[in-house]
Design a protein around this ligand. Structure first.
Ligand code: BEZ
Ligand code: FE
Length: 312
């Protein structure tokens, strides 16, 4: 086809329902960057196929335009409603899965979410990342970082963040101290790590924008199951951005952003013993969670899967 374009602008007057897609694709053939051309070409083909499949009406096209306009209006450098849409439609986790195919045994990745902050304070093994006004039972999180052969990885950096019991990350909550529940920890020569935090809780993603409305209109809820975020990096290994979820959480099977994987669910075992609590420097009751991370060999630099809904 497009003799339409081969023959110059004039033949674009012959456009029909059948040949318009080819004519538009022809128009981007001169695009300099090959990858951008591939992306735009596929977007055009899929958008046209979508319109044909659902026999899109002008009113529906206008409504879609208004929806995206609203997404743009509520977005800024702290609020990424487009990415929240991607998260809640499973696009973020699909992209993440395609970019992070792991060999069996390696720790799987999950969404980064919008609340990561770089440069969290460094903490030593056994330190607490609870810096105040957090609420909830203490939790000890510990385990190892190993390679695929089970060899300990010393010097792996675990970048950690989670919400307080009110469901807010510290940068969304003026009542929490700066960098509360965030920390960077380094594994020891045995690959071991350990830190004190609070029991994570389930919490809602932002629902005061068009994405929230879409979720409610779809009959969905806005909750994420309780989790702790981690980015693990070590020299000679692929960086993994992931989350560990609390076994038993009621939202494990319906995470609003599709981040849960079986291998990332771990039990926070409750312990009422005052003596045990004292040995960890916390008060009873407390919870003990063990998770052993496994990194695959490769290049180090972080390749986080971006996500959205709040501030960083
Ligand atoms: C989070 O886990 O922090 C999160 C992830 C995606 C969207 C909103 C929040
Ligand atoms: Fe989160």
């Amino acid at each position: 086809m497009p003799h339409a374009v081969e023959n110059g602008e004039e033949t674009m007057r012959d456009l029909t329902e059948e040949n318009v897609t080819e004519a538009v694709l022809d128009k981007i053939q001169g695009m300099g960057d090959a990858r951008t051309k591939e992306l735009l070409g596929a977007a055009i083909r899929h958008a046209h196929a979508f319109a044909r499949e659902v026999q899109l009406t002008p009113e529906e096209l206008y409504q879609a335009a208004m929806f995206f306009t609203e997404i743009g209006k509520i977005s800024d450098e702290r609020r990424h409603e487009f990415l929240l849409l991607s998260d809640t439609l499973g696009l973020t986790i699909l992209v993440d899965a395609m970019q992070n195919r792991k060999p069996p045994g390696a720790t799987e990745s999950s969404v980064l979410g919008p609340f990561y902050r770089a440069e969290a304070p460094e903490v030593k093994s056994g330190d607490s990342i609870d810096r105040g006004n957090t609420g909830g039972d203490p939790a000890i999180v510990h385990g190892t970082v190993k390679d695929l052969d089970g060899k300990p990885i010393a010097g792996a950096v675990l970048d950690i963040w989670q919400t307080a019991q009110n469901g807010f990350y510290e940068n969304m909550d003026p009542d929490q101290p700066d960098m509360n529940l965030r920390g960077r920890l380094t594994s020891d020569e045995d690959g071991a790590y350990s830190f004190v935090t609070v029991l994570p809780c389930s919490y809602p993603i932002p629902d005061d924008g068009p994405v929230g409305r879409l979720l409610y209109a779809s009959g969905r809820h806005i909750m994420r199951p309780a989790h702790i975020h981690f980015i693990l990096s070590a020299e000679g290994f692929k960086t993994v951005t992931t989350e560990i979820f609390a076994e038993g959480d009621e939202y494990l099977d319906s995470d609003a952003v599709f981040g849960v994987k079986d291998s990332l669910v771990a039990e926070f075992v409750k312990n009422d013993s005052a003596a045990d609590a004292e040995s960890y420097g916390v008060t009873a009751p407390f919870h003990l969670m063990r998770y052993d991370f496994v990194l695959e060999p490769g290049e180090g630099p972080a390749k986080p899967s971006f996500s959205a809904g709040g501030s960083a």
